[in-house]
Ligand binder design. Structure first.
Ligand code: PA5
Ligand code: NI
Length: 186
């Protein structure tokens, strides 16, 4: 357990203070995520950071409410917007997201129904238990959001690898285009 605390966050970096672990995911960490494998392979050349997750020191323990701030940098792979890996919680636990900056979306999937929630600064996205969730940057600047979740939620990435997310989100002339999910080809 940790004492009551104030957690500050830096608008410019998305960092938290005091800070817990910071996770950095580069293109090379995202094998099998994008539909267009050739485009992903080409992107390995520069191996840019796709997203970062900064955490507060609140531990992932039952009863606690850990927080994290995710920053997804703008970009596309084969027309598909930068996104997080996405996961299902290992226990039936909900989660709350708050949009902080940039334009994003929250893609949810329960194994049958895909759902899309637009996220702007000030938007609150609610993720009910049993819904896998993935975040997508659909804008030209970093998309940043705060997440608050029960400490015993757990992260099941295998569920998404097996079931997909129902949709993929591509750049379209009139804004983000949701297309039926396909597993990576090639
Ligand atoms: O708790 C959450 O759902 C978020 O903090 C995510 O973990 C974060 O956005 C990174 O996504 P993922 O864990 O799917 O890589
Ligand atoms: Ni989650």
């Amino acid at each position: 357990p940790v004492p009551p605390m104030h957690v500050g966050f830096d608008d410019r970096s998305g960092g938290m203070s005091p800070s817990g672990p910071v996770l950095v995911r580069r293109m090379s960490d995202l094998r099998g995520l994008y539909a267009d494998q050739a485009a992903w392979t080409a992107a390995l050349e520069s191996d840019d950071v796709v997203y970062e997750v900064a955490s507060s020191p609140v531990p992932e323990l039952e009863g606690e409410l850990p927080q994290s701030i995710t920053t997804i940098l703008p970009g596309r792979v084969g027309g598909e917007f930068h996104m997080t890996k996405g996961h299902m919680h290992t226990r039936p636990r909900g989660e709350i997201y708050l949009g902080l900056s940039g334009l994003g979306g929250l893609l949810l999937f329960d194994g049958e129904r895909p759902q899309w929630i637009e996220m702007r600064p000030g938007s609150i996205g609610y993720i009910p238990p049993h819904w896998a969730h993935r975040s997508v940057n659909v804008g030209d600047e970093p998309y940043r959001f705060l997440a608050v979740y029960p400490g015993d939620s757990g992260h099941d990435y295998g569920w998404v690898a097996e079931h997909g997310m129902g949709h993929r989100v591509f750049h379209g002339s009139g804004g983000p285009e949701l297309r039926p999910f396909t597993f990576p080809a090639g």
